[in-house]
Write a protein that binds this ligand. Structure first.
Ligand code: CA
Length: 719
């Protein structure tokens, strides 16, 4: 079945390259006024003919993250410079790809907030905060992130961490409607972007490690009314099946644990749509608990876990599925990015669906039937030897099933996967898929005793049980081994080349017709590489870790590239320069000849002017109070806000010396004592700190702010 070809070509829309770029220049705001968000089915389906926009997180319905713009290309990319930037006022991971349409860039940040910018100047047009209750963070396995929004018919749609699907007015950011898409009492979360197909908003959710049952739902985009819901796994067997195929799925499950705690299979990220076949593809997550012997004693495939599922977007009716990891037991989700493409094989063109899920195999499926065309290892996985193309099933390594052998084992990959949510891209120019790969392993062992946890996570795996295996001779390097950008030839199902990262960690990828790919790293750089060879052509320091994928668009006749930066902690070499964000979260927009610069220090711009004025009140408290505050700060506050109130590389909280609350005890108390900013990640301390202690901490921070002000005044005098 594996097919070989000498020349790889791909079907490309007829209006290509230079012609397309001219077309984008003709797209003027007088036709679609700024902020009109006038996205309709025609514009989405023919997104390639309007490359000046970036209509959806994945670029288009096919989710190839490929742009026909070639104004920035391999010959001039060295001239790329910063056009503008905007400080983001949240910490934590920034995973969203911006969406650009009708002169406005829309982006979501951590805590499901939305910001809209004028793409010419970076001027903030509006912002929206859904006020997600901070306590919801305990239900999020992997930070309070959000991977983006969707735009349709004048409105902007986002899924909030707490399970709401929210429609906003695209011009003003005011709420049009909001609907709870999950059972609010259950630990569902939403971090993925909605997609919009034929007037329906498609949204999934996460939480498979907790105690939820996966599903994907479609809502009417105008009214917010539910149109259909498709469940990924069977539920309570005493109740009727919600869909006919669940009857078949139920035969692949055993026992009663799974439906009591949901079974998992959440649709938390990857989706794509093929307008020609009118088919929606969604990826489903891992089982709950991970350990299959507990979840489904005696085995079974456990449909539809870890699968790519094809659905009718109008009705939600099942078309076909392909299960990547039958009887999943290692947290091997298949929620990773999915893309639709035409591949040209020697025997002809095939419309395909491609995915590189956690389990380490790169899958190419026939988009119409789900038939497996190829499945080859894209990273050194150890849980299977290969995938049998005839049956479509992996041939497992027996030892990897710790829950069957009852023996601990090191398996690659671990739960992080060889590829996770980080966007991959497909270049129509090179025919290569660019995958952010992180090679890792973990030890798995069955616990000696398992008690169902109805409140928190249920992995059913003992992580300590196999830890000693790493001490044995010949054991692999423990945990995170290496990461790289992989250029994968999907027709020949093999690696073309790779670009190794200096520092472990994945970052999303964008491909363009300028024979370029753009990607960041965890070392604080955003770079461009030649798409045919991987040669590094350009790089810019961005002072933050980069995990998200970039978008490209045109403004005032010029191509721009936008990337949202910010990950956990700061790069080793970076200092904090964004007073509103401990990890220097920012939106950065580049263009040829761009000459803007990032600040080099927190308090001054590159021109030396105060960027954020430090303006503390006079210190009136006694030395004793300040000393008590210092002790209490060290014990309660320093972990987030930095030792001695100076945030460091690992700090996740803002620099309190610059806080506008310092002169306002009536503002300090609600925040520190009562938890008024809990939704921003600042818990209240009313249960643990007395009012005297809270006052003392305020006095200490005022003291530290005055210290800093004095130092800055001194430095200014010496200039
Ligand atoms: Ca998981």
């Amino acid at each position: 079945m594996r097919m070989r070809t000498m020349l790889l070509t791909v079907a490309v829309p007829t209006l290509l390259a230079a012609g397309a770029y001219t077309a984008l220049q003709a797209q003027s705001p007088s036709v679609t006024p700024i902020g009109s968000a006038a996205v309709n089915a025609d514009r989405l389906i023919s997104a390639a003919s309007e490359p000046g926009s970036w209509f959806a997180v994945g670029g288009s319905y096919h989710e190839q993250r490929y742009s026909l713009l070639e104004h920035i290309n391999e010959t001039n990319v060295q001239q790329l410079g910063l056009a503008w930037y905007a400080d983001i006022d949240t910490e934590r991971g920034q995973e969203a790809t911006p969406v650009v349409v009708d002169g406005v860039m829309y982006v979501t940040t951590a805590w499901s907030m939305v910001k809209a910018y004028d793409i010419r100047s970076g001027q903030l047009l509006w912002e929206y905060d859904p006020d997600v209750a901070k306590g919801k963070a305990v239900d999020a396995c992997c930070d309070v992130v959000n991977r983006g929004l969707a735009v349709w018919n004048g409105k902007v749609y986002l899924g909030a961490l707490d399970g709401r699907l929210i429609a906003l007015n695209g011009r003003t950011g005011t709420e049009v409607w909001s609907v709870q898409t999950t059972e609010a009492s259950l630990p569902y979360t939403i971090t993925g972007a909605p997609r919009i197909i034929k007037g329906r908003v498609i949204i999934g959710n996460g939480g498979a490690e907790y105690r939820v049952r996966g599903y994907v739902t479609a809502y009417d985009a105008e009214l917010g009314k539910q149109v259909w819901r498709w469940w990924t796994v069977p539920g309570d067997p005493s109740k009727p099946y919600e869909q006919p195929e669940l009857e078949r799925a139920a035969k692949t499950w055993r026992g009663d644990v799974y439906w009591k705690i949901g079974g998992g299979g959440t649709v938390w990220d990857g989706m794509a749509y093929d307008p020609e076949l009118d088919t929606l593809y969604v990826g489903t997550g891992n089982g709950n608990p991970w350990n299959q012997a507990i979840r489904s004693p005696g085995g079974g495939d456990n449909l539809f876990l870890a699968s790519i599922v094809a659905l009718d977007p109008t009705t939600g009716k099942y078309k076909w599925h392909y299960q990547t990891t039958p009887g999943e037991t290692w947290d091997y989700t298949a929620t990773q990015p999915i893309m639709v493409a035409d591949l040209v094989y020697p025997r002809g063109k095939r419309r395909v669906v491609m995915q590189a899920p956690k389990n380490g195999f790169f899958y190419v499926l026939d988009a119409r039937t789900g038939q497996l065309l190829s499945a080859e290892k894209f990273a050194p996985l150890t849980w299977a030897t290969h995938v049998d193309l005839k049956s479509g099933r992996p041939v497992e390594v027996d030892e990897a099933r710790y829950e069957v052998t009852q023996r601990p084992v090191i398996v690659a990959p671990g739960a992080l996967g060889m590829h996770n949510w980080h966007p991959m891209a497909f270049s129509l120019k090179t025919g290569l898929v660019y995958v952010p790969v992180h090679v890792n392993n973990a030890s798995y062992a069955s616990p000696t005793e398992f008690k169902l946890n109805l409140e928190g996570t249920n992995t059913g795996v003992s992580f300590a049980g196999g830890a000693a295996l790493y001490d044995r001779p010949g054991a692999p390097t423990k945990g995170n081994v290496e990461s790289y950008i992989l250029a994968w030839d999907p027709v020949n199902a093999k690696e073309a080349w790779r670009i190794k990262n200096e520092i472990y960690g994945a970052s999303g990828i964008l491909a363009t017709a300028g024979n370029l790919i753009f990607s960041g790293n965890h070392n604080g750089e955003f770079s461009a590489f030649r798409a045919t060879t991987g040669e590094k052509l350009w790089s810019a320091p961005v002072q933050a870790r980069v995990v998200a994928g970039a978008a490209t668009f045109a403004a005032e006749g010029q191509q721009h590239v936008a990337i949202l930066v910010g990950g956990r902690g700061l790069p080793n070499t970076a200092t904090r320069t964004n007073p509103a964000s401990a990890n220097n979260s920012r939106l950065l927009v580049f263009k040829l000849g761009g000459s803007a610069t990032l600040p080099t220090a927190m308090s001054t711009t590159s021109a030396g002017a105060p960027r954020v004025k430090i303006d503390p009140p006079l210190l009136t408290a006694s030395n004793e109070t300040v000393f008590a505050g210092e002790q209490a700060f060290a014990a309660n506050c320093a972990v987030c806000h930095g030792p001695a109130a100076v945030p460091g590389a690992g700090s996740v909280g803002p620099d309190l010396r610059y806080s506008g609350l310092l002169p306002i005890r009536n503002g300090w108390n609600p925040t520190v004592r009562d938890g008024d900013r809990a939704q921003r990640g600042m818990p209240g301390f009313s249960n643990t700190l007395s009012q005297d202690t809270i006052d003392a901490i305020l006095a200490y921070v005022i003291k530290r702010a005055n210290d800093e002000k004095a130092a800055q005044d001194d430095a200014a005098r010496q200039k």
